[in-house]
Design a protein around this ligand. Sequence first.
Ligand code: ATP
Length: 302
Amino acid sequence: MGNYAIETVGLNFNFGNQAIVKDLSLQVPKGSIYGFLGPNGAGKTTTIKILLNLLKSPSDQVFIFGKEINNNRIAILKRVGALVEQPAIYGHLSGKENLINRCILLGIKKSKASEMLALVGLTDAADKKSAKYSLGMKQRLGIALALVSDPELLLLDEPTNGLDPNGIIEVRNLMIELAVKHHKTILVSSHLLAEIERTATHVGIINKGQLLFQGTIDELHQLSKPMLEIEVDDTEKAAALILESGYEITGQTDKKITIPFTSAQESATLNALLVQNGFKVSSLYQQRKDLENLFLDITKTN
Ligand SMILES: Nc1ncnc2c1ncn2[C@@H]1O[C@H](COP(=O)(O)OP(=O)(O)OP(=O)(O)O)[C@@H](O)[C@H]1O
């Protein structure tokens, strides 16, 4: 548990008699950018609210920095910053005034406001009324507000929702800077894999409240590596020959065998080997799922 900033253990949560989060075991390593992915209504916001103790979890299912949340609420929340739904910004105040307000509220020196503005790239807009900010600037101000208390862990619920491509890039770069330079752990939710793919080090995919995949971004990429599917008459014996010949098999049914695809030439060699050994190869084709399709597949089949 020591290496996780967040760990949930078989977390369940209901609204009335509707199960919203089901047996969810999240493991968010310290220092990671954890992409929390799922389609609309999957249960991401609900989970984030549970992590913030805004919704109460059953005891012994949610641990932040290794401590159970219900029994250590104040101590834990001091170390956590969050942006959930709309940032709480006073539109009639400038970005700087919004931040100074937050500093006063938390008993933090006011100079922190300028520091945070610089961190999120809003120094030039410090004195502009925040109602006049673009959506991207508002999100960055929201993140700055969440950062005032210098939290170790940031929870960002769909921070790029509704932003234009520039705004998305700004928020994405800010997350990378916060993780790499400032050693924050970040959990960021999204319903779009493409938005997470370039920033996240780890990914958890949920649908209908259930965790369908969790691992590093490389492990997710592994799942989308190209494969060679071989339809052959006697898969049992053909598989034995393929293994004997030094190939790796990743899948087998009574109709086809799947191996990692390396090259067209290698596929031809394998085809010849099977035919020379008396097998009837009815088809040989390369299959590749891009990550977006993989994500759709993972969330659809559930
Ligand atoms: N206060 C509530 N009372 C009853 N049901 C709720 C409440 N809040 C959310 N739900 C339901 O819980 C489910 C999960 O919602 P949640 O907002 O956690 O999903 P999400 O993954 O964050 O989706 P989105 O990307 O659309 O925000 C939905 O079916 C939603 O209708």
